[in-house]
Every structure is written in C-alpha cells, then in structure tokens.
Design a protein around this ligand. Structure first.
Ligand code: HEC
Length: 105
C-alpha cells in the first residue's frame, strides 16, 4: 500500500513536470500573436487568452483543430490561422499548453 502511494506520487510528479515543460515550450510560438503572458489582444480583436476560462480555451483549441470553430468568442473570423496553429498539436499538447496559459495570470 505504502509502496503504491510512493509510486503514484513519483508518477504524478514526473507527469506534471513533463507537462509544464511542454506547455511552456509549445506556448513560445503562441506568444508571437497572443503575447508573452497571453495578455495581448491580437490585432486588437482576439480576446485575451487568460481572460477566457480554461475549459472554454481547451474546447476552442480542439474546435479550431477540427475546423468547426471559426470565430471564437470574439467572432474574428480567422479560425483558419488557428487551425494551422493547432494542426501539429495532440490533445495532450493542447491540454499542456492550456494548463500553462492558466499559470500566466
Ligand atoms: C499567427 C498568430 C497566432 C498564433 C501563433 C496563435 N494564435 Fe491563437 N488565435 C489567433 C487568432 C487570429 C485567433 C482568433 C481566431 C478566430 O476565431 O477568428 C486566435 C484565437 C485563439 C483562441 C480562442 C480565443 C477565443 O476567443 O475563445 C485560443 C484559445 C488560442 N488562440 C490559443 C492559441 C494557442 C494555445 C496558440 C499556440 C499553440 C496560439 N493560439 C497561436 C492567432 C494566433
């Protein structure tokens, strides 16, 4: 029992640090448009990412990737740009970068 706990604690630690690193790395390319701290209103239109709740952000990323969202909350009509951004990201990548954005307040 004790051994199990230790193993799962180590696994959790390993996962969270790997995720944090990935999220920060992935976010570097997002920062060009969304700002270093996700604070930028891209083209003065796109909502500031840190002001969108985490669940919506993640759902939006997935919808951009599958092409079903073109407009976001700001209805900017540039979903095509985001589709290209999301294309190389797996669900785990999106979750990691989303978690990272949540830390940028
Ligand atoms: C080339 C510029 C550019 C890059 C790079 C970029 N984005 Fe975007 N992002 C946009 C634009 C433009 C929109 C608005 C698209 C629309 O819906 O019309 C947007 C919208 C979003 C939204 C939805 C905002 C809302 O209104 O709900 C999220 C979340 C998001 N981006 C996350 C990311 C993440 C995470 C990355 C990095 C993996 C990234 N973006 C990289 C330009 C960019």
């Amino acid at each position: 029992m004790k051994k199990m706990l230790i193993i799962s604690a180590i696994a959790a630690l390993a996962c969270s640090s790997v995720f944090a690193a990935d999220g920060a790395t992935i976010f570097k390319k997002c920062a060009v448009c969304h700002g270093q701290k996700a604070e930028k209103k891209y083209l003065n239109k796109v909502p500031v990412l840190t002001e969108i709740d985490a669940a919506t952000r993640l759902a939006d990323m997935k919808a951009y990737k599958d092409g079903s969202l073109n407009g976001g909350k700001g209805k900017v009509g540039m979903g095509g740009i985001m589709k290209g951004q999301m294309a190389p990201l797996s669900d785990a990548d999106m979750a990691a970068v989303n978690d990272y954005i949540s830390t940028l307040k």
